[in-house]
Design a protein around this ligand. Structure first.
Ligand SMILES: [Zn+2]
Length: 500
């Protein structure tokens, strides 16, 4: 067990945890959002990030500090915390991003780790190679070897009580990501960023983001803290947390504000197109979109009053608000319902959610056995881990010789040995289990085909594990593909036709 990270609560693969950062003397609650602070341009003062937004940790770039003469000596002299005016935990990046952008940087892992230690960083980063998506395999493998060497160099460095990142690369090859995760996990490094995600995030390739995260997680220890490097749009936080990410960093709040972009939990709007602000943060409560536009026109010379500054503040408010909503959802056990809602904001988000559900068996391992309630809110609900868990459980239940499975009440006169209930999307179960999770689920009266198909799969699972049992199924006018999914040897009756 990694003793600096403790997991308190689970929902799907999402968790609430506590990351101990010894050098800063603080414990950070995860999922956590680290605002990106440009050491040259403090869009929002770090002190305000802590006091007004609740940031417990931030991230800045040690490579920029080291290569900017104007500030390097000051930071070395004062220390990073004093220089930024921030008492919480500070993570530093190493210049890997610059390496990816410009192809070359003039610093080694050994040198940059030592520099990060000297300036007082709490979580340092080696110079890994963020291999972009879609490269050929040979390049992805070669660069992964360089990243592994960077991790070895970081392990060998004198770091004291500073934590060190072990980035997980591998481009868009899931098997390389998994191998990279396994390798990183075997080092004695501390935090595990899934790297080179920005090109995927920028082009809304959320399905591949989820694939990369799940692949990395298969390689990593279950209790390793995972950072989704470069991800901070509020729209995708719930999805990324449900996939198993614990740390996020947002440069988006400031970068987007510079272009007049306004973040929401379902996408990005342009200030110039907006008539109303759909938000009640301090900025949106005080200004209208028209007022912000006018401010921009007047030059916005005072840093406090520029539209860019105010947009950045809104962007950060909405992101932290979503993070709190995600944490609350984990505590209540309805994180996947929140992901489902967010998935409706953009088709690419729906793809990401569907890929997450492709891994329902992996999510099932950490999903709590009992929660408050299961709400069936979309086709995707039929693929939640609770449904497959119920199907697995069916194979372990004691079953009599002649069994009626029915969506309606038990008939008053019958010669079956037992009558079980059938409830889409779960399928059959003994009536005695009706009050147990997830069979207490709230489902719509107009149930859809996906739920009926899932229920039919439950019937198939029961039939398969009890080959000698005589099974009859009474269903409420299921769609043909659900009826087709019921094994032939199960006798079926359409209750609607029987007038029941
Ligand atoms: Zn707002």
């Amino acid at each position: 067990m990694r003793d600096h990270f403790e997991i308190r609560d689970h929902d799907a693969a999402g968790r609430i945890g506590r990351l101990e950062v010894p050098r800063a003397g603080v414990t950070v609650e995860t999922p956590a959002l680290l605002p990106v602070v440009n050491p040259n341009v403090l869009t929002i003062e770090p002190r305000r990030l802590a006091e007004e937004f609740g940031a417990e940790m931030l991230i800045t770039n040690s490579y920029i500090i080291r290569s900017t003469d104007r500030i390097r000596d000051r930071v070395l002299d004062q220390g990073l915390h004093d220089f930024l005016g921030f008492d919480g935990a500070i993570m530093t990046d190493s210049g890997s991003f610059q390496l990816a952008e410009y192809g070359d940087i003039d610093v080694t892992t050994e040198e940059i780790i030592e520099f990060q230690r000297q300036i007082g960083s709490d979580v340092a980063t080696p110079v890994d190679v963020p291999t972009p998506p879609d490269v050929d395999r040979e390049r992805a493998e070669r660069e992964l070897e360089t990243t592994k060497q960077a991790l070895a160099d970081a392990e060998a460095a004198e770091t004291g009580d500073m934590l060190v990142n072990a980035p997980v690369q591998g481009s868009t090859f899931p098997d390389l990501r998994e191998e990279a995760g396994r390798h990183a996990s075997a080092t004695d490094l501390d935090v595990f960023p899934v790297g080179a995600m920005v090109p995927l995030l920028n082009s809304y390739r959320y399905a591949e983001v989820v694939e990369a995260v799940r692949a990395a997680k298969r390689g990593l220890d279950p209790d390793a803290p995972v950072h989704l490097f470069g991800a901070g749009h509020p729209m995708m936080l719930a999805l990324a947390v449900a996939a198993g990410c614990d740390l996020f960093d947002s440069a988006a709040y400031a970068l987007m504000a510079r272009d007049g972009r306004y973040l929401t939990v379902s996408g990005t709007e342009h200030l110039e197109d907006m008539e109303y602000f759909p938000c009640s943060c301090p900025v949106c409560a005080e200004y209208t979109p028209a007022e912000l536009r006018e401010m921009d026109g007047s030059g916005g010379d005072s840093a406090d009053q520029s539209a860019e500054q105010l947009l950045a503040e809104h962007n950060l408010h909405v992101t932290f608000e979503e993070l709190r909503r995600v944490k609350a959802a984990i505590r209540s056990g309805n994180l996947l319902q929140l992901v489902d809602r967010r998935a409706r904001g953009h088709p690419a988000m729906l793809d990401g959610f569907r890929v997450l559900l492709d891994h329902a068996d992996e999510l099932e391992r950490t999903d709590p056995v009992s929660k408050d309630a299961f709400f069936y809110t979309s086709h995707e609900s039929a693929r939640r881990p609770e449904v497959s868990r119920h199907h697995d459980r069916l194979s372990r239940l004691a079953v009599p010789d002649r069994l009626l499975l029915t969506e309606s009440d038990a008939p008053s006169n019958h010669d079956y040995d037992a009558v079980w209930r059938v409830k889409p999307p779960f399928g059959p179960f003994p009536r005695a289990l009706s009050e147990t999770y997830p069979l207490t689920a709230e489902v719509p009266e107009r149930i859809d085909g996906a739920a009926q198909v899932a229920a039919a799969e439950g019937v198939a699972s029961l039939a398969e594990s009890n080959p000698d049992t005589e099974l009859t199924l009474g269903h409420d006018d299921w769609v043909p593909r659900a009826v087709d999914a019921v094994p032939d040897r199960v006798e079926t009756e359409n209750l609607r036709h029987l007038g029941r």
